[in-house]
Design a protein around this ligand. Sequence first.
Ligand code: SF4
Length: 141
Amino acid sequence: MHEWYEDGLKFTCQQCGNCCTGPEGAVWFDDSEGKAMAKQLGIEVGTFYELYAHKIGSRWSLRENEIKGKFDCVFLDRTTKNPSCKLYGSRPLQCRTWPFWKENLESPEAWARAKRETPCAGMDSGKFVPIEEIRIQRDQK
Ligand code: SF4
C-alpha cells in the first residue's frame, strides 16, 4: 500500500466526543475487551453483555443510545463538561486507534472525509504522529 502519510500526520484529541456518536454503527470488541470493560464496571461478564452489548451478524458491538437522531456509544457520558468515555481505561481497540484506521488512511481524500464527516477537530492538529506510530495503530486489527 502506498503510504501517502509517510511524513506523518498530526493528531491531538480535542475531547468533543464526535467520534463516539453519529449515524447508527458498531463499536466492535472481542472477548478479552468485554472482560476488561466488565471488570472496570465491577460487574459480571454475563451482565455486561446483557446490558451493554448486542450482536451484529456474528460479532459483538457495544449498544448505542439514540439521542436526537444520533447514535451515542452507550458509554459516552454527556454529563461532564466535555463529553467523555465512562470506560476510557478499558475502551476497545477500535476506539484507541481512531483516527488511524485503514479506511481513513486509504487516501488523502478518505482522511479528509473522515475529518469532515465526523467531524474530528483533532485530525491534522496538535501533536505530530510519525509514520512508525501510525503503522502500529493502523495494523492493530
Ligand atoms: S472526534 Fe476527534 S477530537 Fe472529537 S473526541 Fe473524537 S478524536 Fe477527539
